[in-house]
Each structure stands twice: as C-alpha cells, then as structure tokens.
Design a protein around this ligand. Structure first.
Ligand code: GUN
Length: 312
C-alpha cells in the first residue's frame, strides 16, 4: 500500500481563501481584523514561528502587530501588556507565543487573556467550554488536524484514535472534542460537522506510557505529537496497515526539520500520511487566522461570523 499524502499546504490555501473573504467583509463594516502577538525572550524557534504567522496574516488581510519583552521581564510586566491588549478595541486576537521563559507562570498569563481574544483557545474558559461542546474558539493545531481529516473525508466515528500527546495545545482538546456528545446540538445533515465531531474511541498516550507500540498498532487513526527525534520515531512496524497517520511532531536535526514518523517506511504501510513540513504546520497557521476572524466578528456589533466551514 502507498499512502495518500495529506497536503496541508493545499488545504491551508482553501482555509485562507475563506478567511480572506471574512476579513474583507469585516473591512467593509469598518473593522480591520487585528492580531497581536507577544514574544517574551528571544527563542529563535519562537521568533521564526511568529514570522510565519505574521506573513500569513498579511496574505489574508489581517493586521498583525508583534509586542516583545526581554527574557528578564517580570510576571507583572507581561500581565500589564496583556491587560493593555485586552482593553484595546482595535485588537481582536492575542497570541502569547509559548513556551514562556522559566520564571514566568504561563498559566497566569493565559488565564489573563480575555477569553474573547484568546485565538489559541488555551484560556481555561475556552478549553473548558470544549468539554460542553459550547466552544467558539478551538486550539489551532487540533483544529487543523480536524480540517485535514474532513478534507480527505475521513470519518472518525467508530474508529480507534490513538494520540501520542497529552498537552493542552494538542492532545487534550482533541480528546475532548472527539469524545463529548452534546445531545442538545442539532446538526444539519450533510455538513462537515456531522461526520467528524463525535463517537471516536480515543486512547491518549504520553511519555510515561509503557510499550507505546502496543497502542499505536491498534490505531485506525494515529496522531503523533512527540517531537523528540532521534530518541522517538514512529516506524512502519508500529503502524496498522492502512491507518491514517497524522504527524504533528517537529524536530530540527542539523538544518532540516523532521516529523515523528519515518516517512519513507510508513508511507508504504499507511493509508493516509501527513508530511513534515507541509502537513499539519500550515494548517495550524491557517487555523490561527480562522480563529482570528471569528474573534473579530464576534467582537463586532450587529453581525455574526460568516464562515461556511467551522470544522469543530
Ligand atoms: N508554541 C508552539 N505551538 C504554539 C501554538 O500553537 N500557540 C502558541 N501560542 N505557542 C505555541
């Protein structure tokens, strides 16, 4: 079997087209959708991720501003900046690039974000709402994964999904989304939501799970977000024949980026496979833009969000 390669770059273009239309519509209402990013310290990887995010904003007509504080900044200095951005009516979305320096209490910073502007969906209010299926903002990476599954018409209902990650950024929101049923929610037939949202059986593994291969081999859909190559690699013998394999891991070795998956060998065993780069990464950025227009529309009087696809 040769896997179908899930082209995140291509699907991200479709997402961005829709975001651009919504940003243009808001502009016609006099609203310039604006994302503020916060970088504390000078981590080169964080800086390079932020550069990509700002470039992507420019491509879809979202204004973006970057605010930087030195690594020596105090907790209160970061909180003061968040407070200023929370109060600024011209800023619709705020993203604090993670990880923050060790002396900063990340939870308190994320909790300080106005939930309505929290485009990462990491504030406890936004994460908690997912448990009730009442969220408006859903974290960018898992949202991008859901959109990829949707685009390739992969139905999760009844499938065994194995997630190698337990973080708030990836594993936990996915777990919540895929296992929570809202009996009050009436889903129209033939929408994207219908096939994706519910009824998966999910196993969450993490760095202390013994014999992780035992679980990965059982997965109809394997989502791996470890990022510790060469110590951890998903090899072909760890994958069920025909499985969907979503690679979220990013490890830099020398000047090259690698995912968790040994691409060449797993390609001959999986049914679907995302590449690194060009798989989940571009989808994460596209979903940041998507979340930003959602927050902007929701902060604008007398309108609602105009997006055909919400995915989650
Ligand atoms: N660091 C790595 N991924 C992310 C992300 O999705 N959001 C933020 N804020 N920081 C990150």
């Amino acid at each position: 079997m040769t896997a179908i390669i899930m082209d995140g770059k291509q699907v991200a273009v479709l997402v961005k087209d829709e975001v651009r239309r919504e940003a243009d519509r808001l502009q016609e209402l006099g609203v310039g959708t604006c994302l503020a990013t916060v970088l504390v310290g000078d981590d080169p990887a964080s800086r390079s991720y932020l550069k990509m995010k700002h470039k992507a904003c420019g491509e879809v007509g979202i204004i973006s501003k970057n605010y930087e504080l030195p690594a020596s900044a105090s907790q209160n200095e970061v909180l003061d900046l968040i407070d200023t951005l929370n109060r600024d009516n011209n800023v619709h979305g705020i993203l604090v690039q993670l990880p923050l320096p060790g002396n900063i209490d990340s939870f308190q910073i994320i909790e300080g974000l106005l939930p309505a502007k929290d485009v990462d969906g990491l504030n406890p209010i936004n994460l908690g709402r997912i448990s009730y299926r009442k969220h408006s903002i859903f974290p960018c990476t898992p949202k991008g994964i859901m959109a990829l599954l949707n685009h390739y018409e992969i139905n999760v209902a009844g499938k065994h999904l194995v997630i190698l990650n337990r973080s708030n950024l990836v594993g936990k929101p996915l777990y919540q989304l895929l296992t929570t049923v809202d009996p009050m929610q009436v889903l129209p037939l033939n929408t994207d939501m219908l096939m994706l949202n519910q009824d998966a059986t999910v196993t969450m593994c993490h760095s202390k799970t013994p014999l992780v291969d035992k679980y990965t081999r059982e997965a109809d859909i394997l989502i791996t977000a470890v990022g510790k190559r060469p110590e951890f690699v998903v090899t072909a013998d760890m994958v069920k024949e025909g499985a969907v394999v979503i690679d979220v891991g990013v490890s830099r070795m020398g000047s090259k980026l690698y995912g968790d998956v040994d691409f060449e060998s797993v390609r001959d065993r999986a049914g679907y496979l995302t590449p690194v780069p060009g798989g989940v990464g571009p989808m994460t950025i596209a979903m940041l833009l998507h979340n930003t227009v959602i927050t902007a529309a929701e902060q604008t009087k007398n309108t609602t969000v105009h997006l055909v696809k919400r995915w989650v």
